[in-house]
Design a protein around this ligand. Structure first.
Ligand SMILES: Nc1nc2c(c(=O)[nH]1)N[C@H]1C(S)=C(S)[C@@H](COP(=O)(O)OP(=O)(O)OC[C@H]3O[C@@H](n4cnc5c(=O)[nH]c(N)nc54)[C@H](O)[C@@H]3O)O[C@H]1N2
Ligand SMILES: Nc1nc2c(c(=O)[nH]1)N[C@H]1C(S)=C(S)[C@@H](COP(=O)(O)OP(=O)(O)OC[C@H]3O[C@@H](n4cnc5c(=O)[nH]c(N)nc54)[C@H](O)[C@@H]3O)O[C@H]1N2
Ligand code: SF4
Ligand SMILES: [Mo]
Length: 727
């Protein structure tokens, strides 16, 4: 009953109230910065945060915290964070009242839709949308109310391939198996760096400790990555892989399973022979030739996956944000399914969250190619178009052109391909509104910015990430601090806009029933919506969660298949035509003629103290040596007559940047690396610390014309040339 330790952070309703302004004591909160969703314990002295620790009593995060979680206090106090709406007047920002701001935005959005059709309003949802309860309960309803086909999000520069494959194989885009990290004995990690990222589509706070435990029980971790990452350095084994060639490697592993008679799929899997035929020419020797991963290693990994007592193949951003992300994710599912590690303790399992967003259809199963983008004729997936087409949809005149844009918690100018071009396109919009805490490189183009409260000022339940956690738990944390009377929570902003839009003549109309349900939902607070969802889910009540802000343990993951499959016949069809058809494109892309002399392949990287494109205003995260340099192997430096520390010019088909280069053996020869989320512009953004960490944006080099079948951008494996910068 350690929840009752300490002061008044404690029991029931009392702890639901924000602390008094002179409060001294401790309070529990949740970090919403990454998918690890760590539980925090804040120490406050007279209302000021003096320490943030990991909460030892949290059944999932067990005391883990990283430097970013501690920096949540900096966001709360940051003088540069917006607290009231602002309107851009020339180069200046002018504060305005909430009613005036919301009226103005509703007027302009409704007028655009009335004059040019509802697709003339585009919307982009950024990453933090998935990390906020109010955004999950109210933001999606607001976006739906816009009824536009021009919907975009960070998902198409991230996990679209996972969703695409899950939809094809398991019948729902978010029915994603999660590594049973705490019980597996063999962990294959392809294109992920959980030591820096803390895990993704695998909510596994304190990855370092979980990995130590894995090793202590005799388990192994094998990493395939073009960079010897923080994760690779502590792996049992690491192999370089040439960026963008993983599909050949993973399909060759599937090939080996068949060739050596190692397949043992569950009885509810069909079309196994079709997979065998599809991978027939993907041999380990072919994989070695294109990827650099020795054929013997390909064979050994396949055998180990089949032979280990509970093994996992896991691939994340490095194999999703490339031209064949969906084929990679498909091959990974095949590896787990064919080796009998699917839905198995120690293999991959499907979490049973208190609120099952899949089983309860809170999010739809997904669909593909129901409409297409206007200019490039690219198919939608799950109701979204690839963000790689956003620029051209804004710039190309004609019926359906985007003339007004809504961005919610995002920074696509830094985070999507050809970001610089997108930034210029934003200047041509008739109207732009952003819901964001800051004036950033994207929102500086907005006419109006509507700032929501920050994490410590609002309540939190992770509607999304409990669905991908390595253990079943549930946690509701009330706000620590009260908001000012003239601040708004994100859900209040969404409700305010939706209500006003409903009253504007010419605004998009939902069918009556949907409108009534929407209005009722918008009127309720996220906590009320959550209470209802928990009550019908029956795993744990809101009352119990309120009494245990440290979180409630619902037990380890367990096998639940095939009962939870969402396919029409409750079976898995392992050879979806959309994926098999993509293999010809793969064969062509891997042909030897494709590699050009002198070209390097650019990949991204994450650092434990970076958080996508924001948090660079937090002094405690940005002090020390700059982290945005280009990394290059010493051999590639020498071949170009370059030395460590030189300024170099990096050029791709799309753009060029100048940056300092750092030599390191950690990079595969022929590969260079830049982090994303840099390239800060201080002008017009009011950000204090941005100049120290300005850097350049990798996405001024990435190419919006290279896409996976799902529509995901190929952010990794971008061909570039590097030479000394002219002085
Ligand atoms: N080259 C390259 N590009 C990449 C990646 C890569 O690996 N390489 N990674 C990609 C990935 S995985 C992702 S997820 C995207 C991220 O790309 P985005 O989602 O576009 O950008 P973020 O940097 O997460 O920007 C988040 C914004 O939300 C604001 N914000 C923070 N909290 C809140 C909140 O509670 N409410 C609101 N309304 N706003 C808030 C912040 O101030 C910030 O401006 O970047 C992608 N881009
Ligand atoms: N500290 C920190 N943590 C974060 C974030 C952050 O910005 N900072 N962002 C969060 C978000 S939004 C996400 S989506 C997750 C992402 O979580 P991860 O996927 O674990 O994170 P990345 O560091 O992007 O890992 C991608 C890896 O792929 C490698 N790679 C690049 N190209 C290739 C390739 O062609 N083949 C192979 N095999 N590997 C390749 C890169 O070298 C890198 O090590 O992290 C989350 N956590
Ligand atoms: S690991 Fe992620 S959730 Fe945990 S404290 Fe760090 S940023 Fe927050
Ligand atoms: Mo992401």
């Amino acid at each position: 009953m350690s929840a009752f330790r300490g002061t008044m952070r404690d029991v029931g309703l009392l702890s639901a109230l924000p602390v008094p302004s002179d409060y001294t004591g401790t309070r529990l909160a949740a970090c919403n910065l990454c998918e690890a969703i760590c539980g925090l314990e804040l120490t406050l002295e007279r209302g000021a945060v003096t320490a943030i620790r990991g909460n030892e009593d949290d059944p999932l995060s067990r005391g883990h915290v990283c430097p970013k979680g501690v920096a949540l206090a900096d966001v709360y106090t940051d003088a540069d964070r917006l607290r009231r709406p602002v309107r851009r007047v020339g180069d200046e920002w002018e504060e305005l009242g909430w009613d005036e701001a919301l009226d103005l935005v509703a007027d302009r959005l409704a007028a655009t839709a009335a004059e040019h059709g509802r697709d003339a309003v585009g919307v982009y949802l950024g990453n933090p949308s998935a990390h906020s309860l109010g955004s999950a309960t109210h933001g999606t309803a607001f976006v739906r109310a816009l009824r536009t086909r021009n919907r975009f999000s960070a998902s198409s520069v991230d996990q679209f391939p996972h969703q695409f494959v899950a939809w094809q194989l398991y019948g729902h885009q978010l029915l994603l198996p999660v590594p049973d990290l705490d019980r597996t004995s063999y962990f294959l990690v392809v294109g992920a760096n959980p030591m820096a990222s803390n895990g993704s589509l695998m909510t596994a706070p304190d990855f370092p400790q979980r990995l130590r435990d894995l090793k202590a029980r005799g388990g192994r971790m094998v990493v395939l990555d073009p960079r010897r990452t923080e994760t690779a350095k502590i792996a049992t084994e690491h192999h370089f892989v040439r960026p963008g060639t993983d599909a050949a490697v993973l399909l060759a592993m599937v090939h080996v399973l068949f060739a050596e008679g190692l397949t043992d799929p569950p009885s509810y899997v069909d079309d196994v022979a079709a997979v065998e035929a599809a991978v027939a020419d993907f041999t380990p020797e072919h994989a070695e030739a294109v990827s650099g991963v020795p054929a013997s290693v390909v064979r050994q990994i396949a055998r180990d996956l089949a032979g280990a007592e509970g093994a996992v193949a896991y691939g994340r951003l490095g194999v999703s944000t490339q031209g064949f992300g969906s084929v990679c994710q498909w091959a990974i599912q095949c590896l787990n399914l064919l080796t009998g590690n699917f839905d198995r303790v120690g293999g991959v399992l499907f979490p049973e969250p208190a609120i099952d967003i899949v089983g309860r259809r809170i999010i739809g199963p997904g669909h593909f190619d129901v409409w297409r983008s206007r200019v490039r004729d690219l198919p939608e997936f799950a109701g979204e178009l690839p963000v790689s087409v956003l620029r051209e949809e804004i710039e190309t005149p004609g019926e359906g052109q985007i003339r007004a844009l809504v961005t919610l918690a995002g920074n696509p100018v830094l985070s999507t391909p050809d970001g610089d071009g997108l930034g210029r396109a934003l200047e041509g919009l008739d109207f732009m509104v952003s819901v964001d805490l800051y004036v950033n490189e994207t929102t500086r183009h907005a006419d109006v910015i509507l700032p929501p409260t920050s994490a410590l000022e609002r309540d939190q339940y992770d509607l999304v990430f409990h669905n991908f956690a390595v253990r079943n738990t549930a946690r509701y944390t009330p706000p620590v601090f009260a908001k000012d009377a003239d601040q708004r929570h994100d859900w209040q902003i969404f409700a305010g806009l939706a209500t006003r839009l409903r009253r504007r003549p010419g605004a998009p109309r939902l069918p009556l029933r949907a409108r009534l349900v929407g209005a009722a939902r918008m009127a309720a607070s996220p906590a009320v919506v959550l209470t209802g969802l928990l009550a019908t889910g029956r795993a744990v009540s809101m009352r119990r969660l309120r009494a245990h802000p440290e979180g409630v343990d619902l037990g380890p993951l367990r096998p639940t298949m095939p009962g939870r499959l969402q396919t029409a016949d409750r079976r898995i069809h392992l050879a979806p035509p959309l994926l098999v058809a993509d293999l010809d494109r793969l064969r062509a892309a891997l042909a030897p003629s494709v590699v050009r002399e002198g070209e390097l392949l650019l990949i991204g990287r994450r650092h434990q103290r970076d958080n996508n494109s924001w948090m660079h205003n937090a002094p405690r995260l940005t002090k020390g040596r700059p982290r945005h340099h280009l990394l290059m192997s010493p051999g590639d430096l020498a071949a170009r007559g370059l030395a460590d520390g030189d300024r170099v010019r990096v050029r791709s088909r799309v753009g060029e940047v100048e940056v300092e280069v750092t030599g390191t053996d950690d990079l595969m020869p022929g590969v260079v690396s830049l982090p994303h989320g840099y390239g800060h512009q201080v002008a017009g953004t009011r950000m204090r610390h941005a100049s120290q960490v300005a850097g350049i944006s990798i996405n001024d080099l990435t190419d919006p014309s290279v896409l996976d079948v799902s529509g995901n951008a190929a952010l990794n494996g971008v061909p570039v040339t590097v030479q000394a910068a002219r002085r």
